[in-house]
Design a protein around this ligand. Structure first.
Ligand SMILES: [Zn+2]
Length: 506
C-alpha cells in the first residue's frame, strides 16, 4: 500500500513539474479526476472505497493530513489516474481530436479503443461521441434512486452537473484536451498563495477557502489541487454546424497579456467573420476557403470574466449562413508586482508615455495578410534575460496601472540585436522612452519591437531574415543601463513575446 501511495505522489509531483510555467488551462486538462461532495455519515475510508482508491490517496490529492478532518459538504478531488480498472471511463470526442490523439491521451492503443467501441475504423468517430476508454464492471441494470450511494460528480453551482452515477461512483463521464472538463482545478505551484491565486481568477480568498474547505488557508502544498468555482470551459464539441469539420481554441482559458489561436476547418469554401472583446476579428483564410485562423491577443487590463465569442460563417456561392457562439473565460496571467521609487524629475508626464503607446498601437494595427514566420520566434539576442513580461508597476505609490511591456535581455553595449523572425522593417525611429527603436512586421498582425538600441542597422522597408543582425544593444531612451527591451504586438495589442518563443503559432 505504501508503495502505491508513493507512486501516486510521484505522479502528482511529476505533473506539477511538467505543468510549471504553462497556461493554467493545461493544468486542469492534464489530470483525470472527479469531484466528490462529502455526505453525512461518510468518512475518508468509505469514500475512497467507492472509487477503488486507498484513503491515503484521496488524502494526498486533497492535502489532508488528518483523515478525521473532513466535513459534510466538503468537495474532495478524486484522482482517477490510479483508479481501479473496474471503473468505467468515457471520453466525449471534441473538435479536432482523432482516435490516435485520444488513445495517446489515455495511454491506450487505437486498436483497443476500436474494439471496445465496436468502431468500423479509426476514422469512424464523430464530434460529441462518447467513447469508452475503460469498460469497467457491468453496471447494475436497475438501481433504485433511494438506495444509491451518495457519490455524485458535482461541480460548482454555475456549471452543468454530470449525471449522477448509477452505480455509486462507478461511472464517470468527462473528457480532456479540447472538449469538456467538468471542474476547473488549479495545481498549486511553488510560491503560490491563496491571495495570488484568487487575484488570478478574480476570486476572494474566502471563496477559495470555502470551495476547498481549507482548514488552514496559510498552508498550501506544491501539487495540491484547488477547485476554482465558476470557471467555465467552452464546450466546443456541441452544436457545431454540419459545415464545420473542426474547431479548436488553444488555450481553452485565456490569460491577460497572452495570445491564443482559433482554427476552424470547413467542408466547403466559406467566408468567416467574428467578434470577441468588442473587436472585429481578423480572419486568415487559406486552402480554398476551408482553413480559417484567428490570433487573439488579450489586453493586459481586460477584466477577468466570461466573454462571448461569435463567429459567422457564410458558405461561398450563396450557401447557408451559420453562427457559432462560445463563452470564453479570461483569467489573469499571474504576473508579479513591482514598486518603483524614482526622483520626481525622472517621472515622465503620463502624456509622454501615452503618446508613445498610441503611436505603437496605431502602427501595429496594420495588417499584412501574408505571414513570414514559421512555427515560433527565435530570441532577439544572445544574452541573458533579466526581466519578464507583465510585471505590474507602481511608480512612487501610484496604482499598479502600468506594466513591463516586454522582455529584457542584459547584454554588453554593441552586442548584436537579431530579428526574431523574417519580416519587413516598418519603423526605425528615436522614441522618447524606448530610444532607438526598430519594429518588424511579420504578417498576420504580428510585430516585434526592439528598444534602447545603440545603433540601428536597417531601414524601413527592408526585408530581414530570422536571426539577421538589425542593430546593437545600447541604453538610449529611458533606460537605466545597456539592455535590449523586446516587445511583441498582435493586432495592436501588447502581449508576452516569450509565449511566441516557447509555443508554435498558429
Ligand atoms: Zn524592458
Amino acid at each position: 500500500m505504501s508503495c502505491q501511495l508513493r507512486r501516486f505522489s510521484a505522479i502528482l509531483l511529476l505533473s506539477a513539474f511538467a505543468l510549471y510555467g504553462f497556461a493554467s488551462a493545461q493544468e486542469q486538462s492534464d489530470s483525470l479526476f472527479t469531484v466528490h461532495v462529502v455526505q453525512r455519515g461518510e468518512n475518508l475510508f468509505r469514500i475512497a472505497l467507492q472509487y477503488n482508491l486507498f484513503a491515503e490517496q484521496v488524502a494526498a490529492a486533497n492535502g489532508i493530513t488528518d483523515s478525521n478532518s473532513i466535513v459534510v459538504g466538503q468537495r474532495l478531488i478524486i484522482p482517477l489516474v490510479t483508479a481501479g480498472l473496474d471503473q468505467r471511463l468515457t471520453h466525449i470526442v471534441a473538435a479536432g481530436e482523432t482516435l490516435a490523439s485520444i488513445a495517446a491521451a489515455y495511454s491506450k492503443s487505437e486498436a483497443e479503443l476500436i474494439s471496445l467501441n465496436n468502431l468500423a475504423s479509426a476514422d469512424a468517430i464523430y464530434i460529441g461521441q462518447e467513447l469508452v476508454i475503460v469498460a469497467g464492471a457491468a453496471e447494475p441494470e436497475v438501481t433504485p434512486i433511494e438506495s444509491q450511494p451518495t457519490a455524485t460528480a458535482e461541480r460548482s453551482d454555475s456549471l452543468p452537473v454530470t449525471a449522477p452515477s448509477p452505480g455509486g461512483g462507478a461511472r464517470h463521464s468527462f473528457s480532456r484536451g479540447g472538449a469538456t472538463v467538468d471542474t476547473f482545478v488549479h495545481t498549486v505551484r511553488s510560491g503560490d498563495n491563496l491571495f495570488e491565486i484568487g487575484l488570478r481568477y478574480g476570486m476572494t480568498v474566502e471563496a477559495l477557502v470555502s470551495a476547498n474547505n481549507l482548514l488552514d488557508p496559510g498552508l498550501l502544498n506544491v501539487g495540491q489541487k484547488l477547485i476554482i468555482p465558476g470557471i467555465q470551459l467552452p464546450r466546443l464539441a456541441r452544436d457545431l454546424p454540419v459545415i464545420v469539420d473542426s474547431f479548436t481554441i488553444d488555450p481553452l482559458v485565456l490569460e491577460t497579456g497572452r495570445s491564443a489561436r482559433i482554427e476552424l476547418l470547413t467542408k466547403e469554401p466559406t467566408s468567416l467573420s467574428g467578434q470577441f472583446l468588442d473587436q472585429d476579428l481578423r480572419v486568415i483564410t487559406r486552402e480554398e476557403g476551408k482553413r480559417h485562423n484567428i490570433l487573439l491577443g488579450i489586453p493586459m487590463f481586460t477584466d477577468k470574466g466570461v466573454y462571448p465569442l461569435t463567429l459567422e460563417l457564410q458558405v461561398s456561392g450563396g450557401g447557408s449562413s451559420e453562427t457559432i457562439a462560445a463563452n470564453l473565460q479570461v483569467i489573469g496571467g499571474g504576473y508579479g508586482y513591482q514598486t518603483i521609487t524614482i526622483n520626481d524629475s525622472e517621472l515622465l508626464t503620463p502624456a509622454v508615455e501615452e503618446n508613445e503607446i498610441n503611436l505603437l498601437v496605431e502602427h501595429t494595427s496594420n495588417f499584412t495578410a501574408e505571414r513570414s514566420w514559421n512555427n515560433s520566434l527565435s530570441l532577439p539576442a544572445a544574452a541573458a534575460m533579466n526581466a519578464v513580461f507583465g510585471t505590474l508597476r507602481s511608480y512612487n505609490g501610484s496604482d499598479y496601472d502600468r506594466y513591463h511591456r516586454g522582455v529584457d535581455f542584459a547584454g554588453a553595449p554593441g552586442t548584436s540585436v537579431l530579428a526574431a523572425a523574417a519580416g519587413r522593417v516598418t519603423l526605425v525611429d528615436r522614441l522618447h522612452i524606448r530610444g532607438n527603436t526598430t519594429v518588424i512586421d511579420h504578417g498576420w498582425g504580428i510585430f516585434t519591437l526592439y528598444a534602447h538600441q545603440q545603433d540601428t542597422l536597417v531601414q524601413p522597408g527592408d526585408l530581414v531574415t530570422s536571426g539577421q543582425v538589425i542593430g546593437t544593444i545600447g541604453s538610449t531612451g529611458r533606460s537605466t543601463g545597456p539592455h535590449l527591451h523586446w516587445e511583441l504586438w498582435l493586432n495592436g495589442v501588447n502581449v508576452d513575446p516569450m509565449q511566441w518563443v516557447q509555443e508554435i503559432f498558429p
